[in-house]
Each structure stands twice: as structure tokens, then as C-alpha cells.
Design a protein around this ligand. Structure first.
Ligand code: SF4
Length: 686
């Protein structure tokens, strides 16, 4: 069979949502994956880990049959025996019904996240929750904190069309590392540099590959972005870069903000951020002088207890300076709110009962250990069905998560592609398809396209898609919802129809569909998303979430973070490793080889002070636990800051404990959210 090139979309948890060209070698085999050359966002580029996807999809460790655990929890595949799908489904159905009869539907918690970003395969679990009356999920692990900060100001989640980066004269990447985690952003930055002589500015807490590519970089202390942004506001007002006419039309309280930032000088911010006054002045001047300045905002700096405040502060800058008026000016964090899609059928929203409790996914450990506040007065969680995530590795407070999964009275079903550490705790493990083995549809948080994809190759063994599992369980449990009677493709067709889009077949043939709202709307030239159409310098945090007590009414440095202290002198950031994507790709040989081993980056002077050197094993800990990793002497961060790139499996560590052992499950304000980069730790030589 000649190699065919077929279109698809990357399903992984990454804002690029790359449009793909897949080499189909046979009905069961793919070759290389390339970025779609004629898509003007992907522009022929994908990351290396997806380019070599054949390594993952044809991996010999793929799960291909249903399994029942007959040995110890957490042991590995040797603790399981093969069973048939019918046996597995019968057992799950019987156990779920038993739990529901004894403890109520809320004692069952279907749990998922973004292992696939395809709407049918990711969000069908919601339909199952709503129709079966189980506990619902507050999905806090990724975007809750940055969403809270963005929406507080804008009132709607979208920003510029990212293709405009190529028409900018200054691109500021704030708290993101697109070279490693969203490679397409760099394509458009390179174009702006080449065509217009644009400059790249990067603000981060350590020297990432993106920092290395920058013309100007500023390495600050973790959690101090709000202070830096506020000092920049001070410079904008002080040095005549503020656009008062724009603000009077498009913002709520410009005079109050100006008075508020009058004493938030570069000297003030230098003490907090660790930058010099000269660096802050330089950054202010770079940003203030250029009309077409585009801030590409990453998720990283918002994953802190003060993350919503920091995000809001950064987003005030283009409003103060009126940069939204200019093509190539403004900012972008995510575009999820601009898509005109109706997800009612996919998610079974007609069956949703909002009186049923919503459990916070980041609080999985305390929930499984019976914390009454987290259980909201309802029953303990007695049964779970997990799809698209690996909480035994990715969730905060790992020791609590593992203790919870070890409970003898918890019935755990995991639908997975590999025997993950979560699957090792399961009673039943079911083999799942990968994205080229089923139909789905995608929106792109970092661009403006919607795409519809069809299965390209057959799945190995007895793998079934998430949707097929939902339908099979629904049939056995007698759940009556049209979504369980349709194939994945039929759900796509119907969703396109009710959303007023072209028909699914046409969308598939066209490969992608541009959903941009147009330049004026994307630039908020007709106003922002609040009822009064004004951007809010003074956010109403109470509107965003219930935990707003103490949050500042105007931008600044909010110190509700895990500040360093005598006992925990280091501020640790758990950043993403370039060759992994959360815990995906930790199974592929090339990714593992490129990452080497789990490490911690520490300033060489700090290592000397600790009596250690690069290459030594150090212990890192706090009240939640301890881990052991190899130290790397790293000059590209401030003293007192350390960085662990991950997410390595816990088992890859010397003591079998990974970085999320140290991450708190505390909720960021005002609506919750994982605080992965907000951790004070001690570090000791061993
Ligand atoms: S950059 Fe992101 S969206 Fe693109 S191929 Fe890689 S993981 Fe997928």
C-alpha cells in the first residue's frame, strides 16, 4: 500500500492544537506526523514528540485487553488477569449499582481531564455523570486560576488572533515557554522578527529555551508577576505611554488605577521581583514605546495562590496603553470563549442537575481520605471511573492521592492507553483507543480553528474509544440519553448542525474551519465582555468565585502565597519538561532518552551553600513529603529559586516519589485552581 497523507488534529493537552498531516502506511500503521503545511497557524510545524507519534501509538506496552486486578494495588501489570469486555462491563455495572443503592449516586465519581482534547472523547463523561446522577467535577487542574484572572478584566475568554503576532513589533511572552510547550507561537514570532525586525521579550522564573531565544529576558521570583506588572503600569502613567482617551471609553476606573500605582515604583517592584530597577525601567520603556506590542500570556505564572491577581494585572497593560487599537497589539491567553459550538449534546447538559455536588479534582487526595469539607456533606467516594488523566502522578498532594487509591473499599475503574500508575491501583483496567483510532472534533485554545477528524487506522487488540465505553455502560445501566444512541461521528454531525456550522462531512473535507470573530471583535473594539462593555481594572472577584475574601480590589502584589521562610528557604516551580506532556510521552523511548533523569535546577551559589554540587542527589521537602533528585547547577534563575521539570512517573525517582508529592492541594483564589508553581521547600545535601 502506498503511503497516504491524511489530515487529523493533535489531541494532546496543549494550546497549539496542531492541524496534522499523518502518513498512513497501512490500516494498522502510521509513519511520521507533520504539521499541516497549508494551515496558516500550524504552518507545517509540530513538536518532535508528536512528529514521532508512531513510537507511542505502536508501543509494545499499549493496553489491548480488559484486565481485572487479582494482586496487590500499585504493583504493576503482573497483578492483573485478562478478562473479556462483557465480564468487565458486567462487573462495573454491578458494582456501580451496588454503590448507588447503598450510598447514593454521589458516592460514584467519574473523573477525567484533558488526556485527549477531543470533545466527544473527553466530555462524554459529563453526559454519563449527568444521566446517572453521580458526583460532578470542578475541573481545577489547569485553567481555573488563569481563567479567573483573565475573565475578571475582560468578561469573556478570548484575546487576539495569534496569527497577528507576525504583525507585531514587540512580542512579550509572559510566563510561558512556547519553544518547549507551544512551538507554533515561535513560528509567528520568527516571522515578525524576520519581516519587521520585531523584538522578543520573555518574562519567566528561569532560563527556558524560549528565554534563550529572546532579545530581552527578565527572570523574576515565582509569584511576583503582579508586582512587576503594577510597576510597569506606574511607568506607563509616569512616562506618557498611557492612552487616557482609550481608557475613558473602554475601562472602568482609570483615575483610581493611576492614583493606586503612583507609589508602585520600579524600586518597590525590584525588592519583590529580584530584578534591578534598571531592568524594570528598560522593560517599561520597551513596552511603552511600541504600539504593536503583543503579550502572549502563558499559563505558568497563574498556577499560584495569587495567580488570578497576577493574570489580571498583566492583562491591564494593553488597556492602559490602548494597544488593543492596533493590529499586532493586545494580548492572548486563550480563545476558548470565542467558539460558537453548542456542547449540550456532547455533555448531556439537558440532564444536568446543579444540586448534585461538584468535587474539586485537585482535592482528590483529601476527598478520597474522607475530608468532610471537600465531600460537602455528601457520602464518601466509593467508586470511580477515570478517563484521560493519570492522577496518581499529576495530581497535587500525591501521598494523600496514593493513600486514597489504596483504600480497600474503593472500586476503581481506569480506561487507559498504558498501565499508568493510576491504572495500577485499579480494580478493572480497560484498553483505550488513541486519537487516530476514533472520530472526534477539536477547538484550539491557542488559535481560532475548529476541526473534525475521522479514524485513520484500526486500534490494536480490543481497545475501545471513550465514547464506546460510555455507550456500553449506559446501555447496561439503562441510561436514556440520545448521546448514548449515536456513534461518535453522528454526535459530531449533530453538534455541527445545532451550532450552525457547515455539515461535518464538509468540515472534514476542508480539514479546518476558521472561527475568528474578526479583527474588531478580537480586539474588543466594540467593548469588552462585561455588561457595561468596559475592561475592569477593579475586578469584582465575588462574581468570579466564592473565595474572594482578602483579594485586592486593584492590581498589585498579593502575598497569599507559600512564601519562603527560614524552614523552607526555596521557592520551587514544577515546570513542564520539553519531551513530556503532563504524564503523556513518559513511555516513549526517545522522550525518556532526551529527558535523561529527574533533576532539580538550583543556582550554583545555593548548591555551594548547601554543601552540594551538580550531579549530587539532593533531598527536597516540605510538610507534605520528601523527594530525592539529582541537582543541576543552573545559573539561569535567582538564588532561592529551584525548578523541577516534569512530569516524570513517581517510579522514575530514586525514592519512587515525584514532584507532586510536594505540591499542595490548597485551592487558589477565588474559584480554586492547582497551585503547581507556588511551593516553598527545603533542600538538603544527602
Ligand atoms: S505542539 Fe502541542 S498541539 Fe502541536 S503537535 Fe505538539 S503537543 Fe500537539
Amino acid at each position: 500500500m502506498a503511503v497516504e497523507i491524511l489530515h487529523s488534529t493533535c489531541p494532546h493537552d496543549c494550546p497549539s492544537t496542531c492541524l496534522l498531516e499523518v502518513e498512513k502506511i497501512s490500516d494498522t500503521e502510521i509513519g511520521r506526523i507533520h504539521g499541516a503545511k497549508d494551515n496558516d497557524y500550524t504552518a507545517g510545524v509540530v513538536c518532535a514528540k508528536v512528529a514521532r507519534y508512531a513510537e507511542r501509538i505502536h508501543h509494545s506496552d499499549r493496553l489491548t485487553t480488559p484486565l481485572r486486578r487479582i494482586g496487590e494495588k500499585g504493583k504493576g501489570i503482573e497483578a492483573f488477569e485478562e478478562i473479556t469486555w462483557d465480564e468487565a462491563l458486567d462487573e462495573i455495572t454491578a458494582k456501580f449499582e451496588e454503590v448507588k443503592a447503598k450510598f447514593g449516586g454521589e458516592a460514584i465519581w467519574p473523573y477525567h481531564f484533558a488526556g485527549t482534547m477531543g470533545w466527544v472523547m473527553r466530555d462524554g463523561l459529563d453526559r454519563f455523570r449527568h444521566t446517572y446522577g453521580t458526583s460532578r467535577q470542578h475541573s481545577t487542574i489547569c485553567t481555573t486560576l488563569p481563567d479567573s484572572g483573565w475573565n475578571a478584566g475582560h468578561g469573556i475568554k478570548h484575546g487576539n488572533d495569534p496569527r497577528e503576532i507576525a504583525e507585531s513589533d514587540l512580542i512579550v511572552v509572559w510566563g510561558g515557554n512556547p519553544v518547549s510547550t507551544q512551538v507554533n507561537v515561535m513560528t509567528h514570532i520568527s516571522k515578525a522578527k524576520k519581516d519587521r525586525g520585531a523584538k522578543l521579550v520573555v518574562i519567566d522564573v528561569y532560563e527556558t529555551p524560549t528565554v534563550k531565544a529572546a532579545d530581552h529576558s527578565y527572570l523574576i521570583r515565582p509569584g511576583t508577576d503582579g508586582a512587576l506588572a503594577t510597576a510597569l503600569m506606574h511607568i506607563m502613567f509616569r512616562d506618557g505611554y498611557a492612552d487616557r482617551e482609550y481608557m475613558s471609553e473602554f475601562a472602568d476606573a482609570p483615575e483610581e488605577l493611576e492614583a493606586h500605582v503612583r507609589n508602585k515604583s520600579p524600586q518597590w517592584a525590584a525588592q519583590i521581583t529580584g530584578l534591578s530597577v534598571e531592568e524594570i525601567e528598560e522593560l517599561g520603556s520597551l513596552y511603552g514605546k511600541v504600539d504593536c506590542a503583543f503579550i502572549r500570556i502563558g499559563y505558568g505564572f497563574a498556577r499560584s495562590r495569587n495567580g488570578a491577581v497576577n493574570m489580571h494585572a498583566v492583562t491591564c497593560l494593553p488597556v492602559i496603553t490602548g494597544k488593543w487599537l492596533h493590529k499586532g497589539g493586545g494580548c492572548l491567553y486563550g480563545n476558548a470563549g470565542m467558539y460558537p459550538l453548542d456542547w449540550g449534546l456532547v455533555m448531556g447538559l439537558d440532564a444536568r442537575d446543579k444540586s448534585i455536588r461538584e468535587l474539586d479534582m485537585c482535592r482528590l487526595g483529601p476527598i478520597l481520605l474522607g475530608n468532610k469539607g471537600d465531600l460537602k456533606g455528601g457520602p464518601p467516594v466509593k467508586a470511580m471511573l477515570i478517563q484521560n488523566t493519570n492522577p496518581a502522578v499529576v495530581c497535587p498532594d500525591q501521598n494523600s492521592v496514593h493513600a486514597g487509591f489504596r483504600r480497600d473499599d474503593l472500586f476503581l475503574v481506569v480506561h487507559e492507553q498504558f498501565m499508568t500508575e493510576t491504572a495500577e491501583f485499579a480494580d478493572i483496567v480497560l484498553p483505550a483507543t488513541m486519537f487516530l483510532e476514533h472520530d472526534d472534533m477539536y477547538t484550539g485554545g491557542g488559535h481560532v480553528y475548529f476541526s473534525v477528524t475521522k479514524q485513520i487506522i484500526d486500534a490494536p487488540g480490543q481497545c475501545r474509544s471513550n465514547h464506546e465505553l460510555m455507550c456500553a455502560l449506559a446501555e447496561r445501566l439503562g441510561l436514556d440519553h440520545p448521546g448514548f444512541k449515536l456513534t461518535a461521528w453522528e454526535i459530531i454531525e449533530e453538534t455541527c448542525r445545532i451550532s450552525g456550522l457547515p455539515d461535518a462531512e464538509t468540515l472534514w473535507q476542508n480539514h479546518w474551519h476558521d472561527c475568528s470573530l474578526g479583527e474588531d471583535e478580537m480586539h474588543f473594539r466594540n467593548g469588552f465582555g462585561h455588561a457595561d462593555k468596559k475592561f475592569r481594572f477593579k475586578p469584582n472577584w465575588a462574581e468570579i468565585g466564592p473565595d474572594f475574601e482578602g483579594m485586592p480590589s486593584l492590581p498589585g502584589y498579593y502575598t497569599n502565597i507559600d512564601l519562603a521562610n527560614d524552614k523552607h528557604p526555596f521557592r520551587m516551580v514544577a515546570a513542564p519538561a520539553r519531551n513530556y506532556l503532563n504524564s503523556s510521552f513518559t513511555e516513549t523511548p526517545t522522550s525518556k532518552k532526551r529527558e535523561g533523569r529527574p533533576t532539580i535546577k538550583i543556582h550554583p551559589d545555593d548548591l555551594v551553600a548547601l554543601g552540594a554540587k551538580g550531579g549530587d542527589v539532593v533531598q527536597v521537602g516540605n510538610e507534605l513529603g520528601e523527594i530525592q533528585v539529582h541537582a543541576v547547577a543552573f545559573e539561569g534563575l535567582q538564588r532561592g529559586v529551584c525548578v523541577v521539570e516534569s512530569i516524570w512517573p513517581n517510579k522514575a525517582h530514586i525514592g519512587k516519589q515525584g514532584v507532586n508529592v510536594l505540591i499542595s492541594a490548597e485551592q487558589g483564589q477565588p474559584k480554586g485552581g492547582g497551585v503547581f508553581h507556588d511551593t516553598a521547600v527545603w533542600v538538603r545535601a544527602t
